[in-house]
Write a protein that binds this ligand. Sequence first.
Ligand SMILES: CC(C)(COP(=O)(O)OP(=O)(O)OC[C@H]1O[C@@H](n2cnc3c(N)ncnc32)[C@H](O)[C@@H]1OP(=O)(O)O)[C@@H](O)C(=O)NCCC(=O)NCCS
Length: 367
Amino acid sequence: MDTSSYKPGLEGVIAGISAVSMVDAEKNELLYRGYDIHDLVKHCSMDEVAYLLLYGELPERAALEAFNQRIRTDREVPPALYELFRTMPNNAHPMDRLKAAVALLAMFLPEDESNLRKAERLYAKLPTLVCASWRISQGQEPIAPDSSLDHNASFFHLLTGTPRTDYLAHVFNVTQILYAEHGFNASTFAARVTVSTLSDLYSGVVSAIGTLKGPLHGGANEAAMEMLQEIGSPESAQQWVRDALVQKKKIMGFGHREYKHGDERAKIVKGYAKELAERTGNTLWWEISELVEAEMLAAKKLHPNLDFPVASVYYLMELPIPVYTPIFVLSRTTGWSAHIIEQLENNRIIRPGHLYNGLEKRSLAPR
Ligand SMILES: CC(C)(COP(=O)(O)OP(=O)(O)OC[C@H]1O[C@@H](n2cnc3c(N)ncnc32)[C@H](O)[C@@H]1OP(=O)(O)O)[C@@H](O)C(=O)NCCC(=O)NCCS
């Protein structure tokens, strides 16, 4: 068997052409539709970035107002969704609950709309689903959406009953922007594969949610926080990492297929992790994180990815750990949708080949 053309994990394989984002791992640069993420987190709201990813340009004032109006008035979900959450096992994984909810939601939404409109609907409704799912699993009543609030304030309102527009809402906005898009990552690729069969946008997003759940992808933010909790104290950090590496364990929130010299997104959020630790006076997770990072660099030359600092940032924001990966979905749905639309604009079914290493041809006697 000639395996020379096979790249495990498709590493380095060019699987498509895209104008949505550019990842330059050598320069540590990430651009959404040509704009540097550093500029986007400094100057934009998540709603503006959602518009940018979906429509290709940042909105002028009137376009942004119209977009906001559409999103804010589209947050409601059919009552059947609340019923669905009530019938699910409370301990089911929040990503599984979300996957099922999006699949059901799709059946209530008009089929004959443009994909852009479908994408807007998902961006509007996903926070309602994520927060209602969590609250119902905790024995609480879901909160009705408030159309006067923006994406960030509304998320806190739907989760806790209290909107936020303060520093925490700003930090949340930054993480949402940084989670929104990232080239041909596994979940985006899954979405593109799904719609390349001419299946619908919602099915593409359901595939993507299932793919994002895994700890090697979006699930790493929750796994990273659980790891920090397991380490528990700065004194244990170095030895914990050493022991885990001896056991060939993957340290969650470290390493990346593309970035080998560090992830700019992680550097941005790390600044907030430090600031939040200082502001809250809870420096434990920051101290442990710094020690884990130093040990990973020394032992494996591996840098943290975005999920590592996000873990302690969300923890200090008092967000429940099982909701970290669903929060990733809230903004990544815009990146997925942009890729789905792009895939369909120039579609060819995605169907790679494989090398066979099974049994030789054999005969089958009559039975
Ligand atoms: C992101 C990830 C899946 C990339 O995988 P990949 O490109 O296939 O890289 P590999 O798993 O082949 O890693 C290359 C080497 O680094 C090691 N490595 C990579 N990430 C590691 C980690 N987080 N902890 C320990 N070792 C790691 C691998 O064991 C391998 O070492 P080896 O050559 O001695 O066998 C991988 O780094 C990982 O599992 N990270 C942890 C999960 C995570 O944070 N995911 C979020 C990604 S944004």
